[in-house]
Design a protein around this ligand. Structure first.
Ligand SMILES: *Cc1c(COP(=O)(O)O)cnc(C)c1O
Length: 395
């Protein structure tokens, strides 16, 4: 049996999205900036996509800027708000300790320029509260950037409440909603979101395309200089095929949010209940406010990498929180941020589901994972020390 359970990393494209792209390769191949009819036809398709994406988020067409994906949208949003703040002498930014690197690394760059960054603690419930944001806002705060839902542990943040706090304080609010768009109901106006990043390949669209919603009146700064595409805010000939695929995938996902999330959450809950039976394990992420497809655990006494390789041999594609970079094993910053110690953080497993996963697949995972965890523990010197009392259990 083959089970793809890494939908938080990327998703398989839907038939609808693929079908929406094909005409752009065969018929609508013009450059939307060209004045002739072939170009103008492409321009019309582009603007049609813009208004359809806007409708899915509850904003106006002119508030949507197409980008190369979530990372670019995050960079542009944060840099733009920072430059706006700088002009007014405001150089303090609030974010959380478990953001995606597209946000954290952009903030680190700004810090080197002299910005002051407050990263909110996420240990309590593996989430943040609007009160934490409120308490952190200062006179010189120019931006709050808080993710909608966490990609590793699935916590869904109280975005509408944070939006309200930011609005009352007059601070720009950006959210990296890459994991939430197409999976949760979002209305940028009702939730007082000023800027929002999304990425197509997280909801069965193509890779390399995304969008930034930016509230009218907020000035964007270019991160890519060149032509006057995207109303002068993002240079480069539009990737129309990808934009068409994204638009179709987004509409399909948004239409089916309720039925998909009900189905996926039931599979998630079965997995969480089953894997929770493994001794010395712990669920990562907010148990209540959680993405429908996210299952994240730490298992004491094992290495996540070995677990993944053994699962792959059994046909299960999953992910671990830890990233192995150039020989050094760095545990996930997200797991460290929620308070997992290094040893525990190394033994992590993320299973991320979509509506195409089945109950049979979940049963297969529930059969294989406990066996593999046991096999790895039997080979682990750390586990032996725990069993003989040389080390004490943390979980
Ligand atoms: C995947 C992801 C990104 C990056 O999106 P790309 O389109 O791959 O650049 C950013 N933030 C979160 C939360 C993500 O899950």
């Amino acid at each position: 049996m083959f089970v793809y359970a890494d939908n938080a990393a990327t998703t398989k494209m839907s038939r609808t999205a693929i079908d929406a792209m094909v005409p752009c390769f065969e018929k609508i191949y013009g450059n939307p900036s060209s004045l002739h009819s072939v170009g103008q036809e492409a321009k019309e398709v582009l603007e049609d996509c813009r208004s359809r994406v806007a409708a899915c988020l509850g904003c106006e067409s002119r508030e949507i800027y197409f980008t190369s994906g979530g990372s670019e949208a995050d960079n542009q949003a944060i840099i733009s708000a920072a430059r706006m703040g700088q002009k007014k002498g405001k150089t303090h930014i609030i974010s959380t300790a478990f953001e995606h690197h597209a946000v954290l690394h952009t903030l680190e760059k700004l810090k080197k320029e002299g910005f002051e960054i407050t990263l909110l603690d996420v240990k309590e419930n593996h989430n943040v509260t609007a009160q934490q944001v409120k308490d952190a806002i200062r006179e010189d705060t120019c931006l709050v950037t808080v993710m909608y839902a966490n990609n590793e542990i699935g916590s869904v943040l109280p975005i509408a409440e944070i939006g309200k706090v930011c609005k009352e304080a007059g601070v720009v609010f950006h959210t990296d909603a890459v994991q939430a768009v197409g999976h949760l109901h979002i209305d940028v106006k009702k939730e007082n979101i000023d800027m929002l990043s999304l990425s197509a390949h997280k909801f069965h669209g193509p890779k390399g395309v995304g969008a930034l919603y930016c509230r009218r009146g907020l000035p964007l700064v270019n991160v890519i200089e060149g032509g006057a595409q995207e109303r002068g805010k993002r240079a480069g000939t539009e990737n129309l095929a990808a934009i068409c695929g994204m638009t179709a995938a987004l509409e399909e996902a948004c239409t089916n949010i309720d039925s998909n999330s009900k189905k996926v959450a039931a599979l998630r809950d079965k997995l969480i209940a089953g894997l929770g039976q493994i001794p010395h394990s712990a669920l990562n992420g907010d148990a209540e406010n959680r993405l429908p497809g996210n299952v994240s655990f730490c298992f004491e006494g094992i290495e996540g990498e070995s677990l993944l390789l053994m699962l792959d041999m059994q046909g299960i594609s999953a992910s671990s929180g830890s990233a192995c970079t150039s020989g050094s094993l760095d545990p996930s910053h997200v797991l460290l941020a929620i308070g997992r110690v290094h040893d525990v953080a190394h033994g992590s497993l993320r299973l991320s589901l979509c509506e195409e996963n089945t109950e049979e697949e979940v049963d297969h995972i529930l059969k294989v994972v406990p066996q593999v965890v046991q096999t790895l523990r039997n080979m682990s010197p750390v586990w032996r020390d725990l069993q003989t009392g040389k080390r004490t259990y943390i979980l």
